[in-house]
Ligand binder design. Structure first.
Ligand code: ZN
Length: 141
């Protein structure tokens, strides 16, 4: 199986069987991507600078929904500093820029091909932007 095929299968798996889906009432950020129809809410339970839980809810394309699932799995349990580092690396990946420490992206590496499709980059970024916003609001409190 080639790598692109493997990446596609990981995306389809998270799209069909989303992890951490369903909101529980923690602090939320709702974002929309009108160009594609993605509509997603991310919530996080942040305690002592750790992302204890991350949930998502919404509808959208396979890139958007699968990336919310992968992001929630990858960043759950991480402290804020580590999460920020991973988010930053992910942004580089999606923009097609060199990523220093690819390993920390784990499953999120499946989106490395997205940079070749500028119309889809927003789909891959929306849930990550929502979480980044949540972290920022938590820090300003
Ligand atoms: Zn989309």
């Amino acid at each position: 199986m080639d790598l692109q095929n493997l990446y596609r299968q990981v995306i389809i798996d998270h799209y069909k069987n989303p992890r951490n889906k369903g909101l529980k009432g923690y602090k939320q950020v709702h974002l929309r991507n009108p160009s594609c129809g993605d509509d997603i809410t991310i919530e996080a339970n942040i305690e002592n600078n750790v992302l204890k839980e991350i949930h998502h809810e919404g509808s959208g394309c396979s890139i958007c929904c699968s990336s919310a699932s992968i992001m929630s799995e990858l960043l759950k349990g991480k402290d804020i500093a580590t999460a920020k580092k991973i988010i930053d690396s992910y942004y580089h990946l999606i923009k097609g820029e060199p990523v220093e420490d690819e390993d920390i992206l784990e499953e999120a590496l499946v989106y490395q091909g997205v940079s070749q499709f500028p119309a889809r980059t927003k789909c891959a970024l929306i849930s990550w932007k929502a979480l980044e916003q949540l972290i920022g609001e938590d820090e300003s409190e």
